[in-house]
Design a protein around this ligand. Structure first.
Ligand code: DWN
Length: 415
């Protein structure tokens, strides 16, 4: 029986505005840590599980989880996520950098700082243009990989103290980039205050994170996990940064990671019309009202039962089922839907750091993609559904040999 983890706290006020008016959206129960892969063959008893409760702030609309697991537990020496194993993500980063250089004109005399720089997948594109960069990432593995590719990286959490140290060294940032990091931060105000301190007077902040409208509209409940403390609307993120003297000047909607927004903040630039458009669309969609979140729990429960029934039907017909992508979202999907090794034989993933480990909770072994050819399944459940097109193309031999893909989100579908 998994043990209840002890290294977590529970907030009773909004992580942004401090309001006590938090309303429950979905209780996911007690789940393991989504990136907490387990060594093959280890006992189940010593794997901790933690409560996971999604709520919504009625005052600033920030969707968030109540639980804060100790960050050093989440991003320890075994943290397995390396961005460069997803080619589509690396290309997405290259285009992002191209756009930032075009907008800001940063050059050899500038400094670009990335928060949660992982393995240098994004900063490498600035460095290739001769633009000075600095990565900041607390996960030792990815930070070391970034250094190996020549990206100077501080293996630390980004804090007010670190920002003060960099400012004292006259290392103000002309651009601060933060992709898939803001959602990961338990203390939103301290983090954004540190960004404001580090940013040069006419600097630009460019942040990317999953968009709460995609989460709700497509019921992407498997993207809710202990690393992701917050799920932003444009209204919520504008209020958060405005509190620290940074104004929202541009918003873009992106397809990456199941639907994200890229937001730009500045002290000097004027907002373009995208800001008013996104704010107006959120109001008309009802994002600022509780009714918008009422169906989410029901939708998640329907997907859970539909997916289980689909897989149980194939299994009772003697079919073999495997899964693709040892993703954090995959760990949540399998554990929330209680899909274990009685249904799924194994998971494959290109990230060699994950090979030989097991998915958290359900304990399904992780192999390289070539294992699919050794023990070819009848069905392949795509856990990294946000990269569905890339995976289907990459594994095009599989349907050609009679196999069929299953995509679980937004509704379970056999391709
Ligand atoms: O915030 C986070 C999100 C944005 O990304 C972090 N918690 C870490 C990560 O979450 P995730 O693990 O759910 O993200 P991914 O990027 O959807 O995971 C994809 C997994 O699939 C990776 O382990 C790499 C793997 N993969 C593969 O094996 N072959 C991915 C592609 C595209 C492939 O072709």
């Amino acid at each position: 029986m998994p043990v209840l983890g002890s290294d977590f706290t529970v907030v009773d006020a909004c992580r942004s505005c401090g309001s006590a008016h938090l309303e429950q959206v979905l209780d996911l129960g007690r789940l393991p840590l989504s990136d907490g892969l387990v060594p093959g063959g280890s006992s189940r008893e010593d794997e901790p599980v933690y409560p996971l409760t999604l709520v919504w702030c009625k005052d600033c609309s920030l969707v968030q989880i109540l639980e804060t697991v100790e960050p050093t537990t989440l991003y320890g020496s075994e943290y397995p996520y390396y961005s460069s194993f997803s080619p589509a993500l690396v290309e997405h980063a290259r285009l992002n950098v191209e756009g930032i250089i075009g907008r800001t004109g940063v050059g050899e005399g500038s400094l670009v700082v990335e928060l949660a720089s992982n393995d240098g997948y994004l900063l490498q594109w600035f460095a290739k243009e001769g633009i000075p960069v600095l990565g900041i990432d607390p996960a030792p593995g990815p930070a070391a990989a970034a250094e190996d590719r020549g990206i100077p990286t501080l293996c630390e959490f980004f804090t007010v103290q670190l920002a003060q140290r960099l400012v004292s060294e006259d290392r103000l940032a002309d651009v601060v980039v933060g992709n898939n990091v803001l959602a990961h931060v338990p203390d939103q105000n301290a983090f954004v205050e540190a960004i404001s301190m580090l940013l040069a007077p006419e600097g630009l902040v460019v942040m990317e994170f999953p968009y709460v409208r995609d989460l709700v509209d497509k019921c992407e409940f498997d993207t809710i996990y202990h690393e992701h403390h917050c799920y932003f609307s444009v209204h919520a993120v504008q209020a958060l940064f405005r509190r620290h003297g940074l104004e929202l000047v541009k918003v873009e909607h992106l397809s990456i990671h199941g639907g994200s927004i890229r937001v730009y903040f500045s002290r000097t630039d004027a907002p373009d019309d995208s800001v008013a458009r996104f704010l107006a669309d959120e109001i008309s969609a009802g994002v600022l009202g509780s009714g918008y979140y009422e169906r989410f729990a029901n939708d998640a429960t329907e997907i859970r039962s539909g997916l289980r029934e689909l897989l149980q039907g194939f299994k009772s017909d003697g079919k073999r089922i495997a899964a693709y992508g040892a993703a954090a979202k995959g760990a949540i999907l399998l554990n929330f839907c209680q899909i274990d090794d009685s249904l799924i034989d194994y998971v494959v993933d290109r990230n060699h750091h994950k090979h030989g480990w097991e998915m958290p909770g359900v304990r399904i072994p992780i192999h390289p993609p070539d294992h699919l050819r050794d023990e070819t399944p009848d069905y392949l459940l795509i856990l990294a559904w946000n990269f569905k097109d890339e995976i289907v193309e990459q594994q095009s031999w599989f349907p050609a040999s009679g196999g069929r893909f299953i995509v679980p989100i937004p509704v379970p579908e056999v391709l």
